[in-house]
Design a protein around this ligand. Sequence first.
Ligand SMILES: *Cc1c(COP(=O)(O)O)cnc(C)c1O
Length: 365
Amino acid sequence: MIPIAKPYIDDKEIKAVSDVLKSGTIAQGPKVSEFEKIFAEFCGTGYAVAVNSGTAGLHTALSSAGIKQGDEVITTPFTFIATANTVLMQGAKPVFVDIQEDTFNIDAKKIGQKITKRAKAIVTVDLFGHLCDYDEINEIAKDNKLIVIADACQAVNAEYKGKKAGSFGDIATFSFYATKNIACGEGGAITTNNKGYAENAKLFRQHGRSNMVGYDYSNVGYNYRMTDISAAILLEQLKKIEVITKKRIENAAYLSKELCKIRGLQIPIVKKGHKHVFHQYAIKVGRDFKLTRDELIKYLNDKGIGCSIFYPKPLHLCEHIKKLGYKKGDFPIAEKLSEQVLSLPVHPHLTMQEMDYIIDAFKEL
Ligand SMILES: *Cc1c(COP(=O)(O)O)cnc(C)c1O
């Protein structure tokens, strides 16, 4: 089976973990601080705060930016559930805006009509590793005094006009889950240039504890700390990030060169000025393709080719979110793409032979 994802780990990470285990400091310690410093520099932001998942990062970002009960948060229905669930965790309401057909990202032109007096923030999602239209989004946000929180969980090292993911919006969130472009198993981080947000985040991840030495608590908080074991893995992953990104981009180009010739398939696009880091290589299976999308999945799986649907159901149709007043038909593009989208393997371990095998499987059809 050619897997849909595989972590890019070698002896360097194994040694780093073993060194931490021998050091005696295995929870949050010096490796976490070192990772935060290097990751902030990498993203080009003033601050990075490490947490133990992307979901914890989103929750921390929302809380740090002051999102609370009764607020509305504008976001996309075409994303992982954590984007909306963390809004609900703060007692706020996710207000969805339909997506662009080409990038799968929130359609900036449709945001304006959804802004009410209760709107406090926009949570953008840089889906599959392609950044949103931040020039437009930041302008709308400025005009309407909205905070922009970027869910960059899939977009580490993505760029727009030479600026990196993490530096767009007021605060951004990353995930280092096992399948993400750099990974430590479970992990996450927020990045920001806002000192206040960074300080809030450090309290929130640690029970609202304002003093590492004493036990002084100033607010409700969680235990969202990253361990030094995870941070040590991420420090090694960051040394490889350019290699990992380059391989994903090359693999995507290799697949696209042949798959673009197949009738009924649409390959991923990269907009001008963007560096797409291909967390997912997502094709669209159109009506004029030989098989339905679901028949294609079975065909590929029978040939030993892993593939997955991200995402089979737009979030406004999930049971607990539907109850807020959403129904089928509300976001036609997100609904249509959820029936057409399919992710093929693009991870850095893929060999030329494996990619040829995938391409041939399509050609045989
Ligand atoms: C992975 C992911 C998350 C959640 O990250 P976890 O580390 O799994 O909690 C949130 N949003 C998006 C878009 C993701 O891809």
